[in-house]
Design a protein. Structure first.
Length: 599
């Protein structure tokens, strides 16, 4: 099971072609005899521990004895635990092309160090007709031969695991004894010393030494963090200065985080390998004496680590100066043009501050403010984004809100109610047409423009604005409606209201604080022209001035001929207002369109 978990089967078949070469295509070119050698590292050649020279000698000797000529040598310098090797990729590519006839390996563990991957690779090469030859032990294609080959693959994997276990123990003991860094990723600012340098300087193997170019980078990272720069800002500063990581790529915030968290290592307080990786307790780990030269000076007694002292950047959105290490950073401040608040908005700000301290979310606060009747500075309902704008400006808005509530109300100029009554009545009449976001809907801005065109401005000598309209509609109730409102309904011959005309008109009237004084009800089929008696009586009453407002569900129910219906409405709208109300059950809207009375 461990073998199957360690091996990624997709890795083996990523290079498998869409179509295999046929036998005739393979025989068209001469088959190659390829010899393959592999070492885990360059040190394996230096120590002569069955290195590349020994492997080539064994293969050459066997080929001379068997009178075989090697056409191509392929080498790899990588562990055999993976199939992601350039040499193996080249071998598989030759096999896919049908050019590989025989593959000669010096020993079974040089081919692969994982039993599962070795078996799958054998099967793939055999499917292309490639013969794999082990010069140490030859296996035939019988079941016993395959069993012995697989057994050797298992021994190769077992040997790799035992080597890894022995190497890990040796490196762990070296770290515990000498405080060196025998394994892991090299930390920014240091490099490993070679064996010759360690022998010359009398240092244990695995010792590390600072790199002057990278040492400057580490010192600047800690200096900038002390000033309060965020990790992302530090990375941007280093990249602008042309600095790069030890792998040659630009810095990112995560790179700075890793450096800051290794402060103890850079100050010479502990080795680079953590206590968890070594498998020791914190007491045993504290007794290890690091062997590397520290880059940063020792910490003053009692001083906390930088990552704990500056847990969050003190400066957000900083403006980076020309020399960040000398000039302190400055913060971008967004200009706010709010200098005073209205009483209603001031109450909304203080209510938001109170609810936020209670732990409510932005959406919950918005719902509370809307329920209490508060509106934004633009007269709209509160949403979570509106609440967020208040929260991020608490420092500015809360003092202004308190100041607005303490400010005495200005003495209003006494004005006769009749001065504003026409504008209030007209505003309510226009608002009754339907407020919405569609082009055909009425808006506060459209109402303000209409009032300015009718009255030339406010009684105070100013202009009507959307905020003025909102205040008029909210603070002044709708004037008493003395206009006679009627409804027109056309039912089927048997008197059935299939479209819910009566309910739709009643719902619209209730939403606009209106009462249907009387109904004009016709019974008859749809036709190209409405010649029904109740419609004729309605036209006569409108022309006589007995009706001021007519509500009908839609043009189609007035008459099937839409152009005829529009012509009749144009003829009647100088005498009254005609409202075309769409049923809420039909389209989810209370008003479809409005035909206002001509001025």
């Amino acid at each position: 099971m461990n073998q199957l978990n360690d091996f990624d089967s997709d890795e083996l078949f990523t290079r498998r072609p869409a179509r295999r070469a046929s036998g005739d295509e393979r025989s068209a070119d001469a088959k190659l005899t390829v010899a393959y050698t592999r070492v885990s590292s360059l040190a394996q050649d230096a120590e002569d521990a069955y290195g590349r020279a020994s492997q080539m000698r064994d293969i050459t000797t066997w080929c001379e004895l068997n009178n075989i000529t090697i056409d191509k040598w392929i080498e790899d310098t990588i562990t055999g635990a993976t199939l992601n090797r350039k040499g193996i990729d080249e071998i598989r590519e030759l096999a896919e092309q049908g050019r590989l006839g025989s593959l000669i390996i010096p020993r079974q563990d040089r081919f692969a160090r994982n039993a599962v991957s070795a078996e799958l690779l054998h099967q793939e090469l055999e499917s292309y007709g490639v013969k794999v030859i082990n010069v140490q032990v030859q296996f035939d294609s019988s079941p016993l031969g395959k069993f012995l080959r697989r057994l050797l693959d298992l021994f190769a994997e077992l040997d790799r695991e035992m080597i890894r276990e022995r190497t890990g123990k040796g490196r762990r003991e070296a770290v515990l004894k000498n405080g060196t860094q025998m394994y892991g990723v090299m930390t920014l600012g240091y490099r490993w010393l070679t064996k010759g340098e360690c022998e010359t300087q009398g240092l244990p193997n695995g010792s590390i030494t600072p790199v002057p170019e990278q040492r400057v980078i580490v010192e600047e990272i800690f200096a900038l963090r002390e000033l309060g720069y965020a990790y992302g800002c530090i990375a941007r500063i280093l990249n602008d200065r042309g600095y790069r990581t030890q792998t040659g790529i630009p810095f990112i915030g995560q790179s700075i985080t890793r450096v800051i968290k290794r402060e103890r290592f850079y100050r010479g307080e502990c080795p680079s390998v953590s206590a968890e990786a070594l498998g020791v307790s914190e007491e045993e780990y504290s007794l290890i004496v690091p062997a590397h030269e520290p880059i940063l000076p020792p910490r003053p007694e009692g001083q906390a680590l930088l990552c704990k002292r500056v847990s969050k950047p003190r400066i957000r959105n900083p403006k980076i100066p020309a020399d960040p290490l000398v000039e302190p950073p400055t913060e971008y401040k967004k200009t706010c043009y709010i200098t005073s608040l209205t009483t209603d908005y001031a109450n909304a700000v203080l209510k938001t501050h109170e609810l936020r301290q209670q732990g409510l979310s932005q959406q919950q606060i918005a719902d509370k403010l809307n329920d209490d009747g508060h509106r934004t500075r633009w007269g709209r309902h509160f949403r979570h984004a509106s609440v967020q704008k208040i929260i991020v400006r608490f420092d500015l808005l809360v003092p202004l809100a308190k100041e607005a509530l303490l400010r005495p109300e200005p003495l209003a100029t006494p004005e006769a109610p009749s001065d504003w009554s026409p504008a209030i009545a007209e505003a309510h009449k226009l608002a009754r047409h339907g407020l919405g976001r569609k082009k055909t809907d009425m808006t506060y801005a459209k109402i303000a423009d209409r009032l300015n065109s009718l009255f030339g401005g406010t009684p105070n000598g100013g202009k009507f604005h959307p905020q003025t309209v909102i205040r008029l509609l909210r603070e002044h109730p709708a004037p008493e409606d003395r206009i006679r409102t009627v409804g027109y309904v056309r039912l089927t011959v048997d008197g059935t209201d299939h479209y819910g005309q009566v309910d739709g008109i009643d719902t619209w009237a209730l939403a606009n604080s209106l009462v249907i004084d009387s109904w004009y009800v016709d019974r008859g089929p749809a036709s190209s022209e409405n010649t029904l008696p109740e419609f004729k009586r309605l036209e006569a009453d409108i022309r006589a001035g007995l009706v001021g407002r007519v509500a009908c569900l839609s043009l189609e129910l007035l008459c099937r001929n839409k152009s005829w219906s529009q012509e009749r409405i144009r003829a009647l709208h100088p005498f009254c207002e005609v409202f075309l109300v769409e049923s809420a059950q039909k389209r989810g809207m209370r008003r479809l369109s409005v035909v206002p009375k001509a001025a």
